[in-house]
Structure formats: structure tokens, C-alpha cells
Ligand binder design. Structure first.
Ligand code: SF4
Length: 629
């Protein structure tokens, strides 16, 4: 159920705009930026703005249930890099050509939101216009400029020779768009209260802009400019508008406790009859008095972001909060009754070394001890990989951890692997970490390396755009012939929808796929990477698929490398037991790819320098080539 704060007066509608949040409804309806843009557009009397969100089914607007291709313009609001994949999927589902160069008329595709400041070089392929700045100023300006225009040529002509701050035609190359920050803006606040939002029935109110701190990796302080706390009276006046609509106010800021009137604001809101939720604090500002207010307002979770745990990286990123201070504050918080602690860490900073990962693991262990000793509740851990380029002037990591090293890291987090008949059991908790490692760390490392060497890589998992469909894999029991064993969230592929890969490929992007899939109910599964690669190659009818491994290739019975194999020879090697152990899934996938029409399949020794070039371009080769015939 939704409750609206404002009624909007309308005249003759000149522009119908679908405002899309490329994530599910509950997430979008908890985004203050998204709700505020809705309000800004709806406040224009000749604009009809309707909301839409990403979903597995058809994408239709909430207000009238219309498809997006029925609108004059589609505005996307993006907060995170990953949202781009959903934008592609939404356009496709809506029957709209994804690439700008192939679209002729309306709808106009525009993208705004904090993530546009550093995503220009990706967004420019999909969008006609990109906004970077405060929507209060940019959107009314943009709409006024295009008010009486009815086609794209006329609209483009307006921006041919004149530049408008914060409005960018999506052409050329731009690594970083300046953010157009306005002064003396109205306090952004929710305009719709929803029971189904992540922050259920909560009115969100921004209490400040920017951040007092200047942590080097974080673009909050860079993008928004100087820290600006909003006026106490204005905040209270804004909150009073919600009387009768909700009894919970969520205060939003980069660091709430920096507001000079923070305690006064909470006291006043409590006096009016509101309970208050809080976004984020700098841990130094967590006084006993603040903690009391957090608890009195029925908040159970404390969110803090140490980002990293080693002194070296703390200094490097410019957020050097001593561990002892954080632990002291956490102890006090648990004594006050905080039930859950959520920590945010970033992995992948330049110059990160193994000892830095170890420091995070130690930090988490200590936090767990503190939380258990004092409140008996467990700790939630969220790893948040972040583009390295945000730290100016430093581009390359010294260390690239291998998958094995990162898996070892998972085990150090305390989740010892269980095995059933030699298969590793993946429980729900482990799958979360697998997603983090495969979808986040490893994927981003590979993407970064490819991009560093001039490629255009995009990281995605089989869950993105729902392109790898899977079902739970059941393993026949060795003891009871008819029994099938459940090994948890391990999946087998049922089908692959290659469109997202084809679209990226058509624009010369290099998709880097983490092998995760989902079933019809949305359950996620970990899938063998060789199997996923083989199936994707087969569906794409690829010319080649190459499996890199840490052995020389397929060996015969006397241990000599077999440089070439046909599908029939492989069947023989399976039958006589020459191929066994870890090579089995690799060869089975290679064989399936070859039989599905992939012209040649290579299994090569990834430890050899230039192995790819040697295998493909020379006669010598460094592994085994498999052909379908
Ligand atoms: S990391 Fe937090 S404290 Fe540092 S600049 Fe960003 S928002 Fe401010």
C-alpha cells in the first residue's frame, strides 16, 4: 500500500515520462534520490511521470500498467555500477532497441543518479542524455528546453552548440563527469510512503549534503562538494508534513552525527511522536548519548564501515580509524542493546596484499567475539568491491589473489567445507560468500586487468539478466542406487539465454561471466565454471573455447601430452580410464561444446607464459586441441 505526500496539479500533458529504478520495487522505493526525482518531475504541470522497477516479468509502470515503449521518455536512476546490466535487460524486455545508434525516434533514454559521474563511457552506448548533478536544477531546466519538441532531431539540435551544466549528450569519451551541485536546495524527502519498501512505511529525510571527511577512495565528499548541514527548523518542518502518514522517519546523511543539531533533531522528532531510524555514523561520533537514542528509537542494527583493517591501507585510503576505538565503541553498543553489527569492507584497493586480507579476517573474528560476548548475536559481514580508479593516480594492484587463495580466505572466515561423496556441499551461507568471491572479487580483478590492457570488459554473473537458468544438482548415492543426495546450492544448467552476451559482444565488450545461475523461483546456484563455459560456447556456436588449467593438457597413459583429440578419441579415453579425476568435468564440457558445434576446443596450461598466443597462433601449442570431428 502506498500513501502520497503531495497531490500534483496537471494541465495538458506534453511529456509522458517513465521513471525507472533498475532494481526491484522494495529497493527503488527506499531510494531517496529516486523518490525525489519523481517529485521533481511530477511537480511540472505538463509532465506525467510514472514509476517502473526491474522485475523478472514484464516491466510496466505502477500507475497505469503501461509498457515503457509507450512513453515519450524513459529516465533511469542509477546508484550502482551493476544497475547497467538491468538497464539493458529492461530495455530489451520493453521492446526498445538497446543501442542509441540503432534507435530512431522516441522514447528518449536519459540516465541520472550518482553513478553517472563515473560511468559515462558505458552509459553513452544506451542513453541519449546523461545527467550529473542535483536534479532540482537540472531536470526542470532540461524539461523546459525540450518542452515543445516532438522529435529527437529537434532535441539534439538544442544541445548542438550550447552546453548546459549537468546535462551531457552521450557522445565522446569522458571518464568522469563533473557533478553540478546547487546551493540552497529544498531538503530532499520521500514523497511516497510504501509498506513494501525496504524501509517499510518510513519517510526518508536528508539532513545534510556531502561529508566533512575527505576519505580518498570515496566520492561523496568529492562529488557533492563542501559539507552542508540542513537547517534544524527546515528539517522539523519537513518531518511535520508526514504527520498522519507515518510514525517513522529515516534520517539520511553520509555521517549523521556530524550534524551540529543531530541530537536536538532526534529529540524534537520523538517529541512530535516519530520513531527515528538512522543511516550511517562515523564510529568516532558514537557517544553513549547517541547510542541511547538509537536504542530508544527501536533500532537493533548498527552499521559501520571500517573499509579496511590494516594500518597501511587505512592510511592509504585516508580513513584511519584505530581498531581499538572501533572495538571499544562496538563493545559499548552491544552493552546498550544493539543486536546486530553490520560491517562494510572494501577489497581490491591498489597495493592490497595478502596481509591486508588477513587483517580484515582478524577484525571480523574480533568483532564476532565482541558481539557474542556482549549480546549473543552474530555479526553480518558485507564485502563491497569498489572500482580502484576512484583513488586518483593509482591504477594497478600489486597483488592479484588467485581463486584458490580467495577460497582459502573463505575457509578462514570460519566456514569449513563439507563433502558428500567427494562433492563440496554449498550451503546458503557459503553460496553468499561464493557469490561475493566469484561475482565480486575474482570477476572484478579479471575485468580490471582486461580493461587495463585496452579491452572493454564487463563483469556479470549468470544471474544478471537471468541468462543462466539452472536447477538443483542431485548426486546419485554410491550406497543406495535409487537414492539422490542433496549437495546444497550446487546447480546444473537447464538452459542459457545468450542475448545479453550477444549484445555486449556486438559492441565489442568482453563479458566476464561468474558461473552462478538461478531457477524459476529465483534460487541461486553455484555452477561448475568449466561446464558453464562449455555450455555458453555451445549456445553461442563459438569458433573456439579455451579452458585454462594448471596441468599441461590431456595426458596419455604414459603421462605424455596428447596435442590433438577428436570427440571419438575422447570417448575411448573415457572408456579406458585414461581421463579421470579433475579432468573429467573439463573434458566432458569440452566434448559437449565440440558436439554442440564449437569448431575447436583447447585445454591449455595457464602456467605457461603467453599460453594463449602459443596455442592459437603457433604450431607448437601448449595443450590439447579437441575438434568435433
Ligand atoms: S567514507 Fe564515509 S566518512 Fe569518508 S568521505 Fe565517504 S562518507 Fe565521508
Amino acid at each position: 500500500m502506498e500513501k502520497f505526500l503531495y497531490k500534483y496539479r496537471k494541465e495538458k500533458i506534453l511529456w509522458n515520462i517513465a521513471l525507472v529504478y533498475p532494481e526491484k520495487y522494495s529497493t527503488g522505493m527506499s531510494s531517496l534520490g529516486y523518490l525525489w526525482v519523481y517529485h521533481i518531475l511530477q511537480s511540472i504541470s505538463w509532465v506525467n511521470c510514472e514509476r517502473a522497477f526491474y522485475s523478472d516479468g514484464d516491466i510496466k509502470t505502477i500507475e497505469t500498467g503501461r509498457r515503457l515503449n509507450e512513453f515519450d521518455a524513459i529516465f533511469f536512476s542509477i546508484s550502482f555500477e551493476n544497475d547497467i546490466v538491468n538497464i539493458v535487460s529492461i530495455l530489451k524486455k520493453s521492446g526498445i532497441e538497446i543501442f542509441k545508434r540503432n534507435r530512431k525516434g522516441l522514447p528518449l533514454i536519459c540516465v541520472g543518479g550518482i553513478a553517472t559521474t563515473f560511468l559515462f563511457n558505458y552509459l553513452k552506448y544506451f542513453s541519449d542524455f546523461i545527467f550529473s548533478g542535483d536534479a532540482e536544477i537540472i531536470l526542470p531546466k532540461f524539461m523546459e528546453l525540450i518542452k515543445n519538441k516532438t522529435n529527437k532531431e529537434e532535441i539534439n539540435a538544442i544541445f548542438e552548440d550550447v552546453k548546459y551544466e549537468g546535462i551531457y549528450k552521450s557522445e565522446g569519451t569522458n571518464n568522469y563527469l563533473p557533478y553540478y551541485s546547487a546551493k540552497d536546495i529544498e531538503i530532499p524527502h520521500s514523497t511516497i510512503i510504501s509498506k513494501e519498501a525496504e524501509f517499510e512505511n518510513t519517510a526518508l529525510i536528508s539532513v545534510s549534503k556531502g561529508c566533512l571527511y575527505q576519505c580518498k577512495f570515496c566520492f561523496v565528499s568529492r562529488v557533492y562538494g563542501e559539507y552542508e548541514p540542513f537547517d534544524f527548523n527546515e528539517i522539523i518542518k519537513t518531518a511535520q508534513k508526514f504527520n498522519g502518514l507515518t510514525d517513522r522517519i529515516g534520517l539520511i546523511a553520509a555521517t549523521l552525527s556530524n550534524h551540529p543539531d543531530f541530537e536536538k533533531i532526534v529529540d524534537e522528532l520523538n517529541k512530535i511522536g516519530f520513531k527515528v531510524s538512522f543511516s550511517a555514523f562515523r564510529v568516532e561520533g558514537l557517544t553513549e548519548s547517541f547510542l541511547n537514542k538509537i536504542i530508544e528509537n527501536e533500532n537493533k542494527t548498527l552499521v559501520i564501515a571500517p573499509e579496511t583493517a590494516s594500518l597501511k591501507l587505512k592510511k592509504f585510503i585516508g580513513k584511519n580509524i584505530p581498531d581499538e576505538l572501533i572495538f571499544d565503541k562496538l563493545k559499548i553498543a552491544c552493552e546498550f542493546g544493539i543486536k546486530r553489527i553490520k560491517l562494510y569492507f572494501i577489497i581490491g584497493f591498489p597495493n592490497e596484499e595478502e596481509e591486508d586480507i588477513e587483517a580484515i579476517i582478524d577484525f571480523i573474528r574480533k568483532t564476532r567475539e565482541i558481539a557474542r560476548i556482549n549480546s549473543g548475536r552474530s555479526v553480518i559481514i558485507t564485502f563491497d568491491p569498489h572500482p580502484r580508479k576512484v583513488i586518483d593516480g593509482v591504477n594497478s594492484p600489486k597483488m592479484l589473489m588467485t581463486l584458490d587463495e580467495k577460497i582459502e580466505m573463505i575457509e578462514k572466515l570460519g566456514m569449513k567445507p563439507k563433502f558428500i561423496q567427494g562433492h563440496r556441499v554449498t550451503d546458503k551461507e557459503t553460496l553468499d560468500v561464493v557469490e561475493m568471491v566469484l561475482g565480486g572479487l575474482v570477476n572484478q580483478d579479471i575485468v580490471t586487468l582486461i580493461n587495463k590492457h585496452g579491452g572493454k570488459a564487463v563483469g556479470l554473473t549468470g544471474k544478471d539478466g537471468n541468462f543462466i537458468h539452472a536447477k538443483k544438482m542431485l548426486v546419485p548415492s554410491k550406497e543406495k542406487a535409487e537414492e539422490l543426495l542433496d549437495i546444497g546450492q550446487v546447480g546444473e544448467i537447464t538452459s542459457i539465454d545468450p542475448e545479453i552476451i550477444q549484445h555486449l559482444d556486438a559492441r565489442d565488450f568482453i563479458p566476464v561471466v561468474a558461473p552462478l545461475g538461478t531457477d524459476a523461483e529465483g534460487n541461486a546456484y553455484n555452477i561448475n565454471a568449466d561446464v558453464a563455459a562449455g555450455k555458453i560456447a555451445g549456445v553461442l556456436q563459438a569458433e573456439k573455447v579455451i579452458f585454462m588449467t594448471n596441468t599441461p593438457g590431456v595426458l596419455d597413459k604414459s603421462g605424455r601430452l596428447i596435442t590433438g583429440l577428436t570427440a571419438r578419441q575422447i570417448d575411448d579415453l573415457f572408456a579406458d580410464g585414461t581421463i579421470s579425476g579433475g579432468m573429467l568435468p573439463k573434458i566432458a564440457s569440452a566434448l559437449e561444446a565440440a558436439r554442440s558445434g564449437v569448431n575447436s576446443v583447447h585445454i591449455i596450461d595457464g602456467r605457461v607464459d603467453h599460453c594463449l598466443l602459443l596455442e592459437i597462433l603457433t604450431d607448437a601449442g601448449v595443450g590439447t586441441m579437441i575438434r568435433s570431428h
